[in-house]
Design a binder for this molecule. Structure first.
Ligand code: LLP
Length: 434
């Protein structure tokens, strides 16, 4: 459920008319709903009633300072993956002490920054990394809290580029080698073994792979509790969201209209399946959801530049491009595209929706059927709150889009559109070029 809906003919985010936002801040612009994020947070929390469950929001999905502050106010910690993300949490006033540091290639400087700021735990991906963390902690005269990421070899049935729990992925230590890795960790004097972690992939639409992975790793976690006194089990993130039918899925009537056994993954069904498996462990359960928290809380607003009618093919050319939202080009992902001003008298249009970037991959949708929209009018790409802005680039010297946060009838620019001067600020022409 989310807070994007038509009020009359105008698409709103909460009580804010999206055309007014584009009028003030231009396009392309990401707009986020604070209420949707809060709802997602609370539903997840309720779904896991019975566990000591804590959210470490996977900030790679959306790391705008305002979004981090919002989750921090709700009580979340963060799943972070770089020194930059540690500094973002600090800049947003978030709690590094309730955050975990993941990733396969943490540098010494990043490890030191995390330790100096009291990171809750490192999620370690290899034995060489254990040695490196031990070394940095020794240098600082502290003990580093660690958990090892185990790879349960479970097929998440998701896109190949975002599946992570199979044995041929670069992530984690295979379950059968994990006991040896913990023994190695226990021998290192500057490490403190605190937990165990897994993450099997992203955009999972069924609970079965989660159940399979927890069933595999749960007994190992129990063993680690006895042996090393671990206090937590992080079961990662990965809960999928609705991309098709995204607008309709905002209403509870949509959910009720789905056959009960075919309802997409919800925090309620996720909790119902996992709580009984996890409850008996007596461990704190960390969750690292990113997409579920913010995906359906964001829209990318874009303006139509031209409708180019070709022989047998129409192209709707818009002012957003693959540099702003790369998911369709990178993962062939589907984002629902809707007019900001709905007009039922307009004819239907079937078109490829494309950006102005000079390559064919700059295509958001092929042969998409939608209401006809005309030059200068606005459209919205739905479910763009996760892995939208954070994966954007400056390709074709296009500055980063603006970001706006809505709360009720209030909205504010949370990230100004990048200017050309900002884009080239770090560049220099060497003297030897004359
Ligand atoms: N924990 C770990 C260790 C992860 O690697 C990830 C995501 C998460 C948590 C959060 O997963 P989520 O709950 O968001 O599914 N750019 C891709 C998604 C990449 C996910 C990478 N890891 C996309 O746009 O679909």
């Amino acid at each position: 459920m989310h807070h994007f809906h038509y009020s009359g003919s105008a698409l709103h985010c909460e009580s804010v008319d999206l055309a007014a936002v584009a009028g003030l801040y231009g396009s392309p612009t990401y707009v986020y709903s604070a209420a949707t994020m809060e709802d997602n947070f609370r539903r997840l929390q309720r779904g896991l009633t019975g566990l000591d469950a804590r959210l470490c929001y996977a900030m790679k999905a959306n790391s705008s300072l305002a979004v981090l502050r919002h989750f921090s106010n709700l009580g979340a910690g963060f799943d972070l993956v770089s020194g930059g993300e540690i500094r973002r949490v600090l800049a947003a006033g978030g709690n590094v002490r309730a955050s975990v540091f993941a990733g396969v290639g943490k540098t010494e400087a990043e490890i030191e920054l995390a330790l100096r700021n009291g990171i809750f735990s490192f999620h370690v991906e290899s034995e060489p990394e254990l040695a490196r963390i031990n070394h940095v902690a020794g240098k600082l005269g502290v003990k580093a809290p660690v958990a090892i990421r185990v790879n349960p070899d479970v097929d998440a049935h998701t896109h190949a580029k975002i599946t992570t729990g199979k044995s041929d992925n670069k992530f984690g230590i295979p379950l059968r080698h994990a006991a040896a890795a913990y023994e190695a960790a226990a021998r290192l004097p500057h490490l403190e073994i605190k937990g165990v972690q897994m993450h099997i992939g992203s955009q999972l639409t069924s609970v079965a792979p989660f159940v399979e992975a927890v069933t595999k790793v749960g007994p190992f976690a129990a063993e680690l509790k006895t042996r090393y006194g671990i206090t937590y089990f992080s079961i990662g993130g990965g809960m999928g969201i609705i991309y098709r039918d995204a607008l309709a899925s905002g209403a509870s009537s949509w959910w009720e209209s789905q056959p009960a056994d075919q309802r997409p993954l919800t925090p309620e069904s996720y909790g119902a399946a996992l709580v009984p498996l996890l409850q008996t462990l007596g461990l704190t359960i960390l969750l690292e959801h990113g997409r579920f928290m913010v995906g359906n809380a964001g829209v990318l607003l874009s303006r139509v530049e031209h409708l180019k009618r070709g022989a047998g093919k129409n192209f709707l050319i818009v002012d957003a491009a693959m540099n702003d939202l790369v998911r369709p080009a990178m993962y062939d992902s589907f984002h629902e595209i809707v007019p900001i001003h709905r007009d039922s008298t307009r004819p239907a249009l079937v078109a490829d929706v494309v950006g102005p970037v000079c390559e064919s991959g700059d295509c958001f949708a092929k042969d998409r059927s939608m209401q006809e929209v005309r030059e200068g009018e606005l459209i919205g790409f739905l479910s763009a709150g996760a892995y939208g802005y954070t994966m954007a680039s400056r390709y074709n010297t296009r500055g980063m889009a603006a970001e706006v946060l809505v709360k009720g009838s209030a909205f504010e620019l949370i990230h100004a559109r990048e200017t050309f001067e900002q884009m080239i600020a770090g560049e220099k022409i060497p003297a030897f070029l004359g």
